[in-house]
Design a protein around this ligand. Sequence first.
Ligand code: ZN
Length: 132
Amino acid sequence: MKIDHIGIAVSNLEEAIQTYETVLNTPCYKREVVEGEKVDTAFFKTGESKVELLGGTSADSVISKYISKRGEGIHHIAFEVDDIRKEMARLESEGFTLLNSEPKSGADNKLVAFLHPKEQHGVLVELCQSRK
Ligand code: ZN
């Protein structure tokens, strides 16, 4: 599985975009609000992978809650899969806990599913599949 992107939770998205444009020496190529998740996202290409900055759009956003509990930082690692339903079924049969039972719409035209961090040694894992 290729690492599609690393998701980083940030409290000030505009500031973080400036920072990552400098660090990665590449402009943000995409901004997108995911209404259902109450997150504002910004994407950067780096090599074969991407960095996704995530800012909450309201205090009850999962990202805002995450930051108030744990502070800013790496939020998740996303692996690209060809068939998300097949991978979800495989991992479920291996005893992993999926945080959503059906793939949901994520940023960047993806179908996404999350695995509980407890079973990945503290890392929130996202599976993502590009929509055809
Ligand atoms: Zn992501």
